[in-house]
Ligand binder design. Structure first.
Ligand SMILES: [Zn+2]
Length: 56
């Protein structure tokens, strides 16, 4: 359950700031959302139909 929840989190787990979408790539339709303080990053890959999460 906690794993599922983390896939859809829209806030940084470290500082709880709302993730901001600042690096959308229109060529691949990839969407990147990241913590304003750069703790956490989440990329949506339409080709994978899923998210790739990076914790920093
Ligand atoms: Zn953060």
């Amino acid at each position: 359950m906690s794993v599922l929840k983390s896939l859809f989190i829209e806030a940084c787990p470290t500082c709880e700031k709302t993730l901001v979408s600042n690096k959308s790539d229109f060529a691949t339709a990839k969407v990147v959302k990241s913590c304003p303080n750069n703790h956490y990053e989440k990329e949506y890959h339409p080709s994978l139909e899923g998210y790739v999460v990076t914790k920093k």
